[in-house]
Design a protein around this ligand. Structure first.
Ligand SMILES: NC(=O)c1ccc[n+]([C@@H]2O[C@H](COP(=O)([O-])OP(=O)(O)OC[C@H]3O[C@@H](n4cnc5c(N)ncnc54)[C@H](OP(=O)(O)O)[C@@H]3O)[C@@H](O)[C@H]2O)c1
Length: 283
């Protein structure tokens, strides 16, 4: 059965969504990107993750084009720069994102990473945006365990719907404290760079002999193994970015790949967790 994740009571989403970083940077690729996102929606990858930062707003415009006429089918996530994450600036940033996305609401709005603005101010403006109907729920990104504790002890902080963090087989630091804590709170975690940017973040990952051998045995690709490994964790979803329909199809098919305990153990032996607290990995 396809694994599903919920950010709010009502909407269950398949545990693989679609990332958009680097989209909108090259006019020649724009149509391929729009088509890839549309194919992803057709295949059930309904969560689309973007940010005001990506290509300076151009990625949001690509998404706007892809979801035109089918807004209700998607769960739209965007992110606010830390320096915009309070007061009128946050409201203006959100409205600018909505304009580029050609929609009147976001399903989820995230603080992109922690900056100098006190958490209380960000929580307050997120609540205001919900009251004004501009966003349905809010969350954070790149917050490590200690930052999450601070947020949890901030008035209204427990309204946080998710933490979006870097997580892939070769970067498992969150398993020490952040992931178990989020699981305890029943807070879904969104894993970004689930493919380690096609191995760019960890050379040797995509052609590791143990992964190649397992992928061949199962008749899948290493990328699919990596996605299946991320989403087998309780409450974790993956948001791979794919710029082609072929990659989107492959990623969507990973939703149906079941990994046995032995297969998981084999993958984790090749890429062990650090076994101690390490600072949250980020890009
Ligand atoms: N919150 C944050 O700070 C943060 C930071 C980074 C990323 N993110 C979000 O997370 C998303 C995913 O992260 P990411 O884009 O950095 O890295 P990623 O998803 O790990 O990797 C993307 C790369 O993998 C390739 N790829 C996709 N599907 C593939 C497949 N089936 N086989 C082989 N290669 C495949 C893509 O190539 P093609 O493009 O050619 O398909 C692209 O080069 C981002 O797009 C963004 O939405 C958030």
């Amino acid at each position: 059965m396809t694994k599903q994740i919920s950010f709010s009571e009502s909407k269950l989403l398949p545990a693989i969504g679609q990332g958009t970083w680097y989209m909108g940077e090259n006019a020649a690729q724009r149509m391929d990107e729009v088509n890839a996102l549309r194919a992803g929606i057709d295949l059930g990858l309904r969560l689309i993750d973007t940010a005001e930062m990506y290509a300076d707003g151009e990625a949001e415009k690509v998404v706007g084009e892809a979801i035109s006429g089918r807004r209700d089918e998607v769960f739209l996530v965007s992110k606010v720069y830390p320096w915009n994450a309070s007061g009128q600036q946050a409201i203006a940033a959100c409205e600018a994102s909505l304009k580029r996305l050609k929609t009147d609401y976001l399903d989820l709005y995230l603080l992109h990473w922690r900056g100098d603005i006190p958490p209380q101010d960000t929580v307050s403006v997120m609540q205001q945006l919900i009251e004004h109907g501009k966003i349905r729920c809010w969350g954070v990104s790149n917050l490590d365990y200690a930052d999450m504790q601070e947020l949890w002890n901030t008035a209204g902080g427990r309204g946080c719907a998710t933490n979006q963090v870097l997580y892939h087989l070769a970067s498992r630091g969150i398993e020490h404290d952040l992931l178990p804590w989020c699981q305890q709170q029943h807070m879904p975690v969104m894993a970004y760079c689930p493919l380690a940017q096609a191995g760019r973040l960890r050379s040797g990952l995509m052609n590791h002999p143990a992964l190649n051998e397992l992928a061949n045995r199962k008749g899948v690709s290493v990328a699919q193994l990596l996605l299946a490994w991320v989403i087998h964790h309780d409450g974790v979803m993956a948001i791979p970015k794919a710029g082609s329909v072929a990659h989107v199809k492959e990623n969507a098919a990973a939703l149906e790949i079941a990994l046995s305990q032995e297969e998981i153990a084999l993958m984790e032996k090749a890429f062990p967790a650090p076994g101690r607290k390490t600072p949250l990995d980020m890009v």
